[in-house]
Design a protein around this ligand. Structure first.
Ligand SMILES: Nc1ncnc2c1ncn2[C@@H]1O[C@H](COP(=O)(O)OP(=O)(O)OP(=O)(O)O)[C@@H](O)[C@H]1O
Ligand SMILES: [Mg+2]
Length: 273
């Protein structure tokens, strides 16, 4: 068992209501940016059907988180060393992993991650979009819930639905927002303000704005090149934004929250040892 105080790793779950709003690109680039700021960062691909975070880093995955769940190997056999020292836990493509986790699976993952709990600064989990109860439980047990919000009306509504479920069904009282694919910082801030006003009117949850990533074709280009934007286009506007957001995350005073019997709360799993 590791106590909350001993856990240095802060888990950041990157989520969204609507798909395709930029979660994977933000997860990958944020992880690399944190590593470049000297942080010990681990990127966990927690997407269910379309695990692809490792592809953006040009890495092949022979073993994945699914092998850990199947007890075929330990997490140390799956973790790969990526760009700038970021550790990558590849996900499994083709079947629903995280949303379908039962209590024993979650226990297994908690055990697997626990050795890293006192070693790392940040564990960034790229999740699948959509509001699945089990996936939401995992997201709710992280230390920082990072909701990616883009300006399309459907994304706005879906982000509201997501925050509503996190607040009312899972008792979350704080969410951090990254506005993506916006014109510039000013329009990103305006989008956040609008979202925050709507949320504040109806839900008892605190929202904070970590920053914006502009719409920048370099992001898309880097995906085609199977590289992350920070590496392929370090001088792009998007790369500058990823680094800015990483600084905000690195400087945030983020207390470790109890995860209960959910996997991200590595330290408090009853009967897991
Ligand atoms: N800031 C940006 N500027 C331009 N294009 C972007 C930006 N962010 C993401 N994209 C593009 O949007 C598409 C979706 O991005 P990404 O795969 O990161 O989204 P996602 O939320 O992880 O999607 P999914 O829900 O399918 O997992 C990609 O083609 C990506 O290149
Ligand atoms: Mg994705």
């Amino acid at each position: 068992m590791i106590s909350l105080r001993e856990r240095s790793a802060r888990v950041i779950a990157v989520t969204s209501g609507k798909g395709g709003v930029g979660k994977t690109n933000i997860s990958v680039n944020l992880s690399v940016a944190l590593a470049r700021l000297g942080k010990d960062a681990m990127l966990v691909d927690g997407d269910m059907g379309m695990a692809n975070a490792n592809i953006l880093l040009g890495m092949n995955a022979t073993t994945t988180i699914a092998d850990v769940l199947a007890r075929d190997c330990g997490l140390e056999d799956v973790v790969q060393q990526g760009l700038s020292g970021v550790r990558i836990v590849p996900g499994h493509s083709g079947s629903g992993i995280l949303p379908g986790l039962d209590r024993n699976d979650r226990r297994r993952l908690a055990e697997a991650f626990r050795p890293y709990a006192g070693k790392l600064d940040h564990i960034i989990v790229d999740t699948a979009s959509g509001i699945y109860p089990e996936a939401m439980e995992l997201v709710a047990s992280s230390d920082m819930i990072l909701v990616v919000l883009s300006a399309e009306p459907t994304a706005f509504m879906d982000a509201y639905a997501l925050v509503k479920v996190l607040s009312l069904d899972h008792g979350c009282n704080a969410v951090s927002v990254v506005t993506n694919m916006v014109e510039d910082e000013t329009s990103g801030r305006a989008l956040f303000q609008h979202f925050s006003e709507v949320v504040r009117r109806f839900l008892p949850i605190r929202l904070s704005h970590l920053g914006s990533v502009p719409r920048d074709d370099h992001v898309r280009e880097s995906v085609f090149r199977k590289r992350c934007c920070l590496e392929a286009y370090p001088d792009s506007r998007a790369s500058a934004a990823f680094t800015r957001i990483a600084r905000v995350v690195a400087d945030a005073e983020l207390p470790a929250t109890e995860g209960g019997d959910r996997f991200f709360g590595m330290e408090v799993l009853h009967g897991a040892c």
